[in-house]
Design a protein around this ligand. Structure first.
Ligand code: TYD
Ligand code: MG
Length: 454
């Protein structure tokens, strides 16, 4: 009898080693290797669902546009690039309780209401629990099928039998393949199960949605493994104790990335927020220091957000620096520029910077807004209520042009903003007509002067 072989597999990236290691040499994470039994190659489950085809010239390959099924949830359709693409595999990740199951149940309901069969595989919750949730969301269509199952072989059989218009696997971490001895949720199982479901999706042209949990550190369990296999990765952001939920496309083979959809959790499930800028600014205080509105672009859509900074005298030897929704190192850099080039005295101040609404923003176009917010709080001079601020900051405190200024300014104009402080270099090619006044600046000092007039 063949000896049973065991290997140590990194639960983060799937790296395999013959002996245990404290640190994964591939992804540098500590304590991520666990022992798993390896299955001999000939016992591996058969992944192929279609007959193999020999290579052919790319010229001869028949291509048509992707067939997309709109879900009628507009925010989701936009993130997906116009609807669910046939045969695509979409991973929906997020913290527990953020709304993954709710969103997918709503999507299933929407598709099933236009008399297309949907198969919802609930591995975590019982049928009764899911029924209770679905009842809260509204009338249940008869074409919505549900099964409580975690054996991926059986699920594959059900998919072939029903050939539904869409399949939801909730969640991939509880699925297992009986041929593997490792426990559900381990990298081998996650990889095997998603591999099986992916090839089934491609062969049968049925779109599959996978729910993936996020570990404490904010990673999808087995992240790299999963992200490479699927076509689209959607991530739920936002704090659980607020009602906003932001769904972001991190990877999309069929649409643009960084597209976001904004939802609000209500008693009747997730409601779409069609005018997010207005919502994010609705609680903005009047005449408050340290509050600045910046127009960012997420994917294809401009979004106005409020940045708040609080600068207060520190009692610590090492003053505190804290930010939420922003890149910490970027804030440190901006503080250094303000200190060294603009001459603000910040070294003995605690500085806190926050993006209102739980949105995460990375783009450099908001640099100037952050700098003005910090200066406004330090000097205790509020920024005019109807100003927006737009510009990237370089290390010599110069203000650089931002990409796609027009849609940002138009969105601000639509919401009634009257003045825009912007990089002078942007003004040349800008073709915005209308009441909004554009103030071009070349340095951070000029911007502070324009924004913080008493
Ligand atoms: P859920 O979709 O179960 O989260 P996940 O699948 O990501 O773990 O979301 C559950 C949360 O949403 C729970 O805290 C209750 C809340 N909720 C509502 O507020 N309204 C609703 O209509 C539903 C269905 C859930
Ligand atoms: Mg769930």
């Amino acid at each position: 009898m063949a000896k049973i072989k065991t290997v140590f597999v990194c639960q983060q990236c799937g790296y395999q080693s013959a002996k245990w290691l404290g640190r994964c040499p591939d992804c540098d994470n500590w304590n991520t290797l666990t022992e798993e039994t390896q299955v001999a190659q000939d016992q591996r489950p058969l992944r192929q669902f279609s007959t193999p085809e020999p290579p052919q010239s790319l010229l001869d390959v028949e291509a048509c546009d992707e067939i997309r099924q709109p879900t009628r949830i507009k925010e989701l359709d936009r993130i997906l690039g116009g609807g669910i693409v046939s045969g695509s595999v979409v991973l929906v990740g997020g913290e527990p309780g953020i709304g993954k199951s709710t969103l997918l149940l709503q999507t299933s309901r929407a598709l099933a209401s236009s008399s297309r069969t949907v198969l919802y595989v609930s591995g975590e919750e019982s049928l009764r629990q899911t029924k209770l949730r679905a009842t809260r969301l509204g009338e249940i269509p008869k074409d919505l099928y549900i099964v409580s199952e975690t054996n991926v072989d059986l699920i594959a059989q059900y998919i072939k039998k029903f050939s539904p218009a869409m399949v939801v696997i909730d969640s991939i971490q509880v699925m297992y393949n009986p041929l593997l001895t490792s426990s559900p949720g381990s990298v081998s199982q996650v990889r095997e199960c998603s591999g099986l479901l992916t090839s089934l999706a491609k062969a049968s042209n049925i779109p599959v949605f996978l729910v993936g949990h996020v570990t404490k550190e904010g990673f999808l369990a087995g992240p790299r493994v999963l992200e490479h296999m699927v076509d689209t990765v959607l991530y739920f952001e936002g704090q659980r104790h607020t009602s906003f939920r932001i769904l972001r496309a991190v990877k999309n083979r069929f649409g643009s990335t960084n597209e976001i959809g904004v939802f609000q959790m209500t008693g009747l499930g997730l409601a779409e927020v069609t005018n997010p800028s207005q919502l994010f600014l609705s609680e903005r205080p009047k005449k408050a220091t340290g509050s600045v509105v910046v127009p960012c672009i997420e994917g294809t859509r401009p979004l106005l957000l409020e940045i708040q900074a609080l600068v207060s005298r520190s009692s610590l030897v090492m003053p505190r620096r804290w930010c939420s929704g922003l890149d910490y190192n970027r804030i440190a850099l901006l503080i250094a520029v303000l200190e060294k080039r603009v001459g603000l005295s910040l070294s003995s101040q605690d500085i806190f910077v926050n993006v209102v609404g739980g949105v995460k923003i990375q783009e450099p176009a908001i640099d100037l807004g952050i700098a003005v917010a910090i200066a406004s709080s330090l000097k205790e001079v509020p920024v005019e209520q109807e100003d927006i601020i737009l510009g990237e900051i370089g290390l010599s405190a110069e203000v650089r042009a931002v990409t796609r200024p027009e849609p940002r300014i138009l969105e601000a104009q639509r919401l009634g903003f009257k003045r825009c402080i912007i990089a002078k270099n942007n003004l040349k090619e800008l073709k915005v007509k209308g009441p909004i006044e554009l103030i071009g600046v070349e340095t951070v000092s000029q911007a502070l002067e324009a924004a913080l007039k008493k």
